[in-house]
Design a protein around this ligand. Structure first.
Ligand code: PLP
Length: 391
C-alpha cells in the first residue's frame, strides 16, 4: 500500500513512480515492453505452486503492466490498481464487481452516456435496480439509500454538464452503511482530484484521456482505496479474463510522465478561454467549475487542486443549423469524441444528454471544448471568428 504522505512534489513523484517495479532493467529509464502469453517454469513442481514471486501466465500481466498499474496506484494514493481495455470497460468492470443480485444502485444523473447504457441495458437484466440521482445531492442522498443499495456511482464533474458531486458527504453516508462508492475520475485524472483520500472506495480512469495524452490509445484503470477493494477488483478482472496489450500499457505510462505539465498548461488555457467566453453575448453560460459563478465552485475549491482542459458552454438559443455552422467554422478544433489529448476538440452535445432525475433544464444548445496544447490566444481567435456565424 502506498499511502505514506511524500514530501516530494507531485511532478517529482510522477516522474519517479514505478521505476523500481519488478522486471524493470536497472539501466533503462522505461520498462521493457514484455509481450507474453506463456511464462516458462523451471520445474513441474512449480507449475501449480502459485508462488506470488513467480509469474504464472500472461493474463496476470508482465513487467509493463505492473509498471503502469504501480504508477497509477502512486498517483491515486491507492492500495492497488487494475487495468482495463478502455475507460468504459473499467467502469463496467468495477460496477459488475460490486453488484449484488437483487441489489439497488444509485448512479449520478450526469454519468457518461455509455456507462448509463450499461446500467440500463446490462445491469438491469442481471436483476439490479438502477436509480439516478441529482448530481448536486449531498448528505440528502441518504433519502434515496435503501437496505439493498449495493453501490453509489459518481462522476465529478459530469463530463458534459460539469456538475460537482459532494464527495466527502456521500462517502460519509455510504461508509456508515457499508456501501461501496465509485467515481469516474477522468476529468481530475488523479492529478487534480484524489477521491480515495476523501473516502471514496474506487477511482476509475479513462486513461485514454489525460494519462495517454496523445489520442492514440484506449485504456482504463480502477484504483482501490483498500487492500480488500484491490483484491476484489483483481479477482474479478482475472475471473473475467480481462487483459490489455503491453504495447498500450507502455504508451500510457510514457504519456503519464508528462501528464502534470500538460494538464497544468491545459488548465491555464481552458480557464483563459472560459473567462473570455463568459464575456460574449452569444454565450448564455459557461460551465466550468473553476469560474466563481459556477454553482458548484465552492465544492470544486474545497476538493480539487486544479481544473482540466474540458468544459462546456450553453449558447443563447439558435437553430441546430447555426450550431453546426459554428462548429464547422472552427479551424483549430477537431470535431470528434474523446478529450484530454494534446489537440483541441469540440462537439455539440445535446443529442448526448439523457437525464431521468430532472437534473438538467438548459434552454440553449450545449457545446463542449477539450482544450489542447495550442496557444490559448490562437484558440480564442478561432472561436471569435466562428462566433460570427451566429450573428
Ligand atoms: C467521463 C468518461 N468516462 C469514460 C469514458 C470512456 O473512456 P473510453 O473511451 O476509454 O472507453 C469517457 C470517454 O469519452 C468519458 O468521457
Amino acid at each position: 500500500m502506498n499511502k505514506k504522505p511524500s514530501p516530494q512534489g507531485a511532478n517529482t513523484r510522477l516522474v519517479h513512480a514505478a521505476r523500481q517495479t519488478r522486471g524493470m532493467a536497472k539501466d533503462l529509464v522505461n520498462p521493457p515492453v514484455e509481450r507474453a502469453s506463456t511464462i516458462l517454469f523451471d520445474r513441474a513442481e512449480d507449475l501449480y505452486a502459485r508462488n506470488p514471486e513467480q509469474r504464472h501466465y500472461g493474463r496476470f500481466g508482465t513487467a509493463t503492466h505492473c509498471a503502469l498499474g504501480d504508477a497509477i496506484t502512486e498517483l491515486e494514493g491507492a492500495a492497488g490498481t487494475i487495468l482495463a481495455p478502455s475507460g468504459l470497460a473499467a467502469c463496467t468492470l468495477a460496477l459488475s464487481a460490486v453488484s449484488k443480485p437483487g441489489g439497488h444502485m444509485l448512479i449520478t444523473d450526469s454519468v457518461y452516456g455509455p456507462t448509463r447504457n450499461f446500467c440500463d441495458n446490462i445491469l438491469t437484466k442481471r436483476g439490479l435496480k438502477i436509480e439516478y440521482f441529482n448530481p448536486r445531492a449531498g448528505a440528502d442522498l441518504q433519502s434515496q439509500v435503501r437496505d439493498n443499495t449495493c453501490a453509489i456511482f459518481l462522476e465529478s464533474p459530469g463530463s458534459l454538464t460539469l456538475e460537482i458531486n459532494d464527495l466527502p458527504a456521500i462517502a460519509t453516508l455510504a461508509q456508515a452503511r457499508g456501501i461501496p462508492t465509485l467515481i469516474d475520475n477522468t476529468w481530475g485524472a488523479g492529478w487534480f482530484l484524489k477521491p480515495l483520500a476523501l473516502g471514496i472506495d474506487y477511482s476509475i480512469q479513462a486513461a485514454t484521456k489525460y494519462h495517454t495524452g496523445h489520442s492514440d490509445v484506449l485504456m482504463g484503470a480502477v484504483a482501490s482505496r483498500t487492500e480488500d477493494g484491490a483484491a476484489l477488483m483483481h479477482n474479478y478482472a482475472y475471473l473475467n479474463g480481462n487483459t490489455v496489450s503491453p504495447d498500450d500499457a507502455y504508451l500510457v505510462l510514457r504519456g503519464m510522465r508528462t501528464m502534470g505539465v500538460r494538464m497544468t498548461h491545459q488548465q491555464q488555457s481552458a480557464l483563459k478561454i472560459a473567462q473570455w467566453l463568459s464575456t460574449r453575448d452569444e454565450v448564455m453560460r459557461v460551465l466550468h467549475p473553476a469560474l466563481p459563478e459556477h454553482p458548484d465552485h465552492d465544492l470544486w475549491t474545497r476538493d480539487f487542486t486544479g481544473s482540466s482542459g474540458l468544459f462546456s458552454l450553453i449558447l443563447n438559443p439558435v437553430s441546430p443549423e447555426k450550431v453546426h455552422d459554428f462548429v464547422n467554422a472552427l479551424s483549430l478544433f477537431g470535431i470528434g469524441f474523446s478529450w484530454g489529448g494534446f489537440e483541441s476538440l469540440v462537439i455539440h452535445c445535446d443529442p448526448q444528454i439523457k437525464r431521468t432525475a430532472g437534473s438538467w433544464n438548459a434552454t440553449g444548445p450545449l457545446i463542449r471544448f477539450s482544450i489542447g496544447l495550442e496557444d490559448a490566444d490562437d484558440l480564442i481567435a478561432d472561436i471569435e471568428n466562428s462566433l460570427r456565424v451566429l450573428s
